[in-house]
Design a protein around this ligand. Structure first.
Ligand SMILES: NC(=O)C1=CN([C@@H]2O[C@H](COP(=O)(O)OP(=O)(O)OC[C@H]3O[C@@H](n4cnc5c(N)ncnc54)[C@H](O)[C@@H]3O)[C@@H](O)[C@H]2O)C=CC1
Ligand SMILES: CCC(=O)/C=C/C=C\C[C@@H](O)/C=C/C=C/C=C\[C@@H](O)CCCC(=O)O
Length: 267
């Protein structure tokens, strides 16, 4: 198991919700944490709160829009200057917006790719790196479709596929970096009310009742529960290419079929 004492972690979308919970559990386990978020006010407030709670200079906030290549790269350089290294990188920032769908793709998928590649270039042994672990936050909607949010679903399937492919590349090329995905069901954060918002859901507002039925089938998790899942994926150094599915009735590592299950058809 990876010891976190003295390790340096980066969490995107850290100002609230799951990212805040992930940052806190990493601090509680001895890591230093760089908080990245587009919400500067909330990020600075959280930096103060965490430094008071866990010790001065254990946390630093960096205002970053993960859809901006330059902002992400600039922040990463500042993090290396301040902390000297990055051992853990959690790509968590994400939105639901089916109307501004290119924005959703740029944040949820492209933002994860940007963060992953920044971390990998720094961590991989062939570049003189010390190795490390990257956790990409997908969703259960990256394993099973959410009818009301086809674009959000597409981005989360993309995060799962990208994470699994890069984990395999890391294994084959011996990068010394583990890359895993988190696939939680509904979690009690501000994001969960998106399905009621015409501004975010647009043409799919009529499917709100279907989502409500799904929320009965998959009752909401608490941030604290999901944060324990993050800690597992970070600490268990046997896990690479793992997808942790998390639902109220329990969590488990997804077993992807070696063969594609199919029903034969006559062509
Ligand atoms: N809440 C839920 O039910 C579930 C959420 N997830 C995923 O977990 C991640 C976090 O979601 P929540 O904490 O629930 O959402 P949230 O809306 O509470 O927090 C998201 C955070 O990301 C930040 N953010 C948004 N756009 C950004 C950008 N362009 N650059 C940097 N930061 C940005 C926001 O300012 C906010 O602090 C997302 O990727 C989401 O898809 C996955 C499964 C379930
Ligand atoms: C409708 C989307 C929305 O507005 C609210 C989303 C809330 C949280 C974010 C999302 O990541 C949660 C996804 C939970 C998905 C749960 C189940 C689906 O994957 C359907 C699985 C298909 C099935 O087995 O029924």
């Amino acid at each position: 198991m990876m010891a976190l004492q003295g390790k340096v972690a980066v969490v995107t979308g850290a100002a609230q919700g799951l990212g805040k919970g992930f940052a806190e559990i990493l601090l509680q386990n001895g890591a230093k944490v760089a908080l990245l978020d587009i919400n500067e006010k909330a990020g600075k407030e959280l930096e103060t709160q965490f430094n008071e709670a866990y010790g001065a200079d254990r946390t630093h906030f960096y205002p970053v829009d993960v859809s901006s290549d330059q902002q992400f790269k600039d922040a990463f350089q500042k993090i290396l200057s301040k902390f000297g290294q990055v051992d853990i990188f959690c790509n968590n920032a994400g939105i639901i917006n089916e109307k501004q769908w290119e924005k959703t793709v740029s944040i949820n998928l492209c933002g994860v790719v940007r963060g992953t590649y920044l971390a990998l270039e720094h961590m991989k042994k062939e570049n003189g790196g010390q190795g490390g672990v990257i956790v990409n936050v997908a969703s259960l909607a990256g394993l099973g479709p959410l009818a009301q949010t086809p674009i959000y679903t597409a981005t989360k399937f993309g995060v799962v596929g990208f994470t699994r492919a890069l984990a395999l590349a890391s294994e084959v090329a011996n990068y010394g970096v583990r890359i895993n995905a988190m696939c939680p069901a509904f979690v009690r954060t501000p994001l969960i009310d998106s399905f009621n918002s015409e501004e975010q859901i647009g043409q799919f507002m009529g499917l709100a009742d279907f989502t409500r039925s799904l929320m009965e089938k998959f009752p909401s998790l608490e941030v604290e529960e999901v944060s324990k899942g993050l800690l597992l994926l970070v600490k268990d150094d046997s896990l690479n290419g793992a997808c942790l599915a998390m639902m109220r009735d329990g969590a488990g590592l997804v077993s992807f079929p070696k063969e594609i299950p199919k029903t034969p058809v006559a062509l």
